[in-house]
Design a protein around this ligand. Structure first.
Ligand SMILES: Nc1ncnc2c1ncn2[C@@H]1O[C@H](COP(=O)(O)OP(=O)(O)OP(=O)(O)O)[C@@H](O)[C@H]1O
Ligand SMILES: [Mg+2]
Ligand SMILES: [Zn+2]
Length: 371
């Protein structure tokens, strides 16, 4: 196979050999971008990363191909666009306004949404709250956890004050089992927490590998489109800040949201990186408390509430995030320096040679530093 030749088309076989029915075959897949090769290579020709190729075994005909064919033959028929019925009212609008806004005005039926973020940032918390809201307002929701038992989910739900009859929980890692339950239950919405923990029998590489993530997400995408069930996937972020198999996964899904924040601050920002159904400019601001994620409807007030007017080196700056102006505090911390040639990013105090050691906002907004 010529590397990268099938990169852009997720619905097609990744190379000609895949159509030959034989036993499992060995491939080498880049764990960063999903590029494949029949031989191990040190540097990925697609993304340029070193030592990212891992041996994986895949069946000659992945299950997603056969299901793709089945869906296309049994349900999809060409029809005039004018006859397609969809209005904005079909979206599931949420009382959580920050989330509603980031999604572009609510959840689109049949959409596949990826929610990424650092470990412990609050992904499961946010999605359990979302699942509870949709269950209360619209109908049954299936929350599938491959990481926690149903008892552990119950523990979190109790802490968040969630006790829904229509919120179904399932601890399962096998994608075939998950799909079977989804097809049987036909919920209004489903959450898979996380995509790195589910596996497909047809792919022998470990859960979380690029092949597994791609095949599982591809299969869930087909299910979402054919059943109109919106599916939220939780994705873990690696140390570089990307989701495992990032490009592969981000191409497949409709919407990519990142939950960001700093461990020692309670504010969380939900940012849209890709959205097929809305703007990627909008952000949602939340505060993480023991009772869960609470919306921050006036972030400027929250960011500036601890501000001391008497301190030197502080300035309030207006930053435009999407359609929303935010007031954030910039702090300049200065220190005496023996160097004469230091470059400052922020005005230095006059007189002594000084350099800026850090420029930071008062909240969990991005930091910048210079020497
Ligand atoms: N009893 C508690 N009181 C207050 N905050 C808590 C409590 N238990 C957990 N938390 C907070 O919830 C966070 C974990 O939230 P959550 O499990 O939703 O994160 P996550 O992003 O899903 O994590 P992971 O990547 O491990 O799945 C913890 O980091 C902590 O800040
Ligand atoms: Mg979690
Ligand atoms: Zn690569």
């Amino acid at each position: 196979m010529v590397m990268g030749e099938c990169e852009d088309d997720q619905s097609e076989p990744r190379c000609g050999k895949a159509s030959v029915k034989s036993g499992p075959r060995t491939i080498f897949a880049c764990q960063e971008c999903g590029n494949q090769s029949s031989k191990w290579v040190g540097r990925c020709p697609e993304c340029g990363n070193w030592n990212t190729y891992v041996e994986e075994q895949v069946r000659a005909e992945p299950a997603s191909r056969s299901s793709a064919r089945r869906v296309s033959i049994s349900t999809a028929q060409p029809m005039p666009l004018a006859q397609v019925r969809f209005t904005q009212a079909n979206r599931l609008r949420l009382a959580m306004r920050e989330l509603n806004q980031v999604l572009g005005g609510g959840i689109v039926p049949g959409s596949l949404v990826l929610v990424g973020g650092d470990p412990g940032i609050g992904k499961s918390t946010l999605l359990l709250q979302l699942a509870s809201e949709v269950a209360g307002s619209y109908g049954p929701v299936l929350y599938v956890s491959g990481e926690e038992s149903v008892q552990q989910l119950k523990l979190r739900a109790q802490r968040l004050g969630i006790d829904g009859d229509r919120l179904m929980v399932l601890a399962e890692n096998d994608l075939d089992g998950i799909i079977e339950h989804l097809e049987k239950a036909r919920p209004m919405m489903a959450v898979i927490d996380s995509i790195q923990t589910v596996f497909m029998g047809g792919v022998t590489s470990a859960p979380g590998s690029v092949s597994q993530v791609r095949e599982c997400a591809g299969r869930l995408m087909l299910l979402a489109k054919s059943s109109h069930i919106p599916i939220f996937l939780v994705g873990h972020v690696n140390k570089e800040g990307a989701i495992a198999g990032p490009r592969v996964l981000e191409h497949i899904v409709d919407t990519v949201l990142y939950l960001e924040g700093e461990r020692h601050h309670s504010f969380r920002i939900l940012r849209s990186q890709k959205n097929r159904f809305g703007s990627t400019d909008e952000i949602g601001v939340f505060e993480m408390r023991d009772s869960g994620m609470h919306e921050v409807s006036d972030p400027s007030r929250a960011f500036l509430q601890d501000r001391s007017l008497s301190e030197v080196g502080n300035v309030v700056h207006v930053a435009l995030e999407g359609s929303r102006p935010l007031l954030v505090e910039l702090q300049s911390l200065t220190t005496a320096s023996t160097s004469t040639g230091s470059t400052c990013w922020w005005p230095c105090s006059s007189g002594e040679h000084t350099s800026i050691s850090a420029v930071t906002t008062s909240s969990s907004m991005p930091r910048a530093a210079c020497a």
